[in-house]
Design a protein around this ligand. Structure first.
Ligand code: ADP
Ligand code: X15
Length: 403
């Protein structure tokens, strides 16, 4: 894999360099609530600009449905990148259309532009190779060179991640190099006990990695939206909680295999429930109640782990030597459901374990809830990407950067 330093040494002055970043930051309207992913890619962008490149930064944001949707515009991220760089960043209001072409054509050496959300184009995420390839052809017209630095998206076989680097001379950015360096250690000699904490909302995406984690981890703690498929698999009713019904048999298989392998699964013993999902805009009090994990009322939704579970999880993490954590324990964006996530973060701060926190929302949660980033071993910009890397899978966005 060519490094960005090698690319810089070859000379990038006057070249249009496409930087595939992951600027998928949490937004409250148009306000960025955590800019960690933008800060993480800033050194790559600024090194290229300082070397005289004409830098074209691209990313997805959220999961729009292949068409423009103002709620998912990258404009706030472009503005923030400009603030961090201390220079003006141009913004194209489309991805491969007239605005993008004109914006890129107007760049002078050392200038930076951000193009609009890649997922406003159906070709970006298409499962059809030809459709993805056609979109990658259009993206390729915007650049002479490609730098992959969107670590959070390297597990996606998407046009800008997988197909575009095949069309342009390419290199890996500094963020990808750092992330892979840390995660590689977790695949080699991991200090034990090794605990993995999984939560969050991308349940169907992430359940599959458990199969592999059973071979690696000594202890797996489940919280967040992930917990309810496990509780259901144990035969409990979960009300209107997030549930991946079709995965229940697979989860029953994981529980059985864990027993055979001597891997400890730790599931919530109590949860906070309410009749409805909280209002994240007004943050109006949600008045949740605490119920036992096997007594979730039929008309209520589990939105955080409960106090007994917080204590249990802290105890299960206290003697771990290595911890990997992806996915908040609850809807931490609302103060009534932030305690579970806080408790896990605090347990990692208190423990001498080498801890890796991965995922856009998990990393954001740690910072938004006031924890010092330096109190953790590593805060990764990728959740699904980290998990799939640890699984030993070939990640499309890394494979595409190989020479
Ligand atoms: N019990 C729950 N029900 C619904 N959503 C949840 C629950 N617990 C956590 N979440 C949500 O999960 C989201 C983060 O999930 P995910 O994207 O998988 O994590 P990450 O970005 O760290 O990989 C947060 O927005 C949080 O509100
Ligand atoms: O937020 C992301 O992943 P993560 O929630 O697993 O950290 C990445 O930006 C990838 O987004 P996607 O899961 O919509 O492809």
């Amino acid at each position: 894999m060519k490094t960005i330093d090698e690319l810089l040494a070859e000379g990038v002055a006057g070249k249009r360099v496409f930087v595939r970043a992951d600027l998928n930051v949490p937004l409250d309207g148009t306000t960025i609530t955590d800019d960690g992913r933008i800060r993480a890619v800033r050194p790559t962008v600024s090194a290229l600009a300082a070397a005289g490149a004409r830098v074209v930064v691209a990313s997805h944001l959220g999961r729009p449905k292949g068409a423009p949707d103002p709620a998912f515009s990258l404009a706030p991220a472009a503005a923030r990148l400009g603030e961090l760089l201390g220079s003006e960043v141009a913004f194209a209001t489309d991805t491969v259309g007239e605005s993008a072409r004109a914006t890129v054509a107007a760049l002078t050496d050392g200038q930076v532009a951000v193009i609009e959300n890649l997922r406003f184009n159906a070709g970006e995420t298409s499962k059809d190779d030809a459709e993805r390839g056609a979109f990658a052809d259009q993206l390729a017209e915007l650049a002479d060179l490609y730098v992959g630095d969107g670590f959070g998206a390297v597990h996606r076989k998407h046009a800008s991640v997988f197909d575009l680097p095949a069309r342009l001379p390419h290199a890996a950015g500094g963020l990808i190099a750092t992330e892979v360096g840390v995660l590689k250690k977790l695949t080699e000699d991991v200090a034990r006990p090794y605990a993995v904490v999984l939560g969050g909302a991308k349940v169907s995406d992430k359940l599959g990695v458990i199969d592999h984690l059973l071979e690696k981890a000594d202890r797996i703690l489940i919280g967040g939206g992930m917990a309810y498929t496990f509780l259901k698999a144990q035969g409990h009713e979960v009300g209107i909680s997030l549930l991946q019904e079709d995965q229940v048999p697979a989860v029953q298989g994981y529980l059985k295999r864990a027993e055979e392998l001597g891997v400890e699964f730790v599931l919530p013993v109590d949860v906070l429930v309410a009749h409805e999902f909280p209002d994240l805009k007004t943050k109006a009090p949600a008045h949740p109640t605490t119920v036992a994990a096997d007594a979730i009322p039929a008309d209520q939704e589990g939105l955080d782990i409960g106090p007994a579970t917080r204590e249990l999880y802290a105890a299960k993490l206290a003697d771990a030597a290595t911890v990997f954590w992806n996915g908040p324990m609850g809807v931490f964006e609302h103060p009534d459901y932030a305690e579970g996530t806080k408790a896990v973060a605090q347990a990692l701060v208190d423990s001498p374990a080498f801890s890796v926190v991965g995922g856009g929302d998990s990393a954001a949660a740690v910072r938004i809830l006031g924890f010092d980033e330096n109190a953790f071993g590593h805060i990764s910009t990728g959740g699904g990407a980290s998990l799939e890397y640890l699984e030993g899978k070939t990640l499309p966005g890394l494979a595409a950067l190989e020479d």
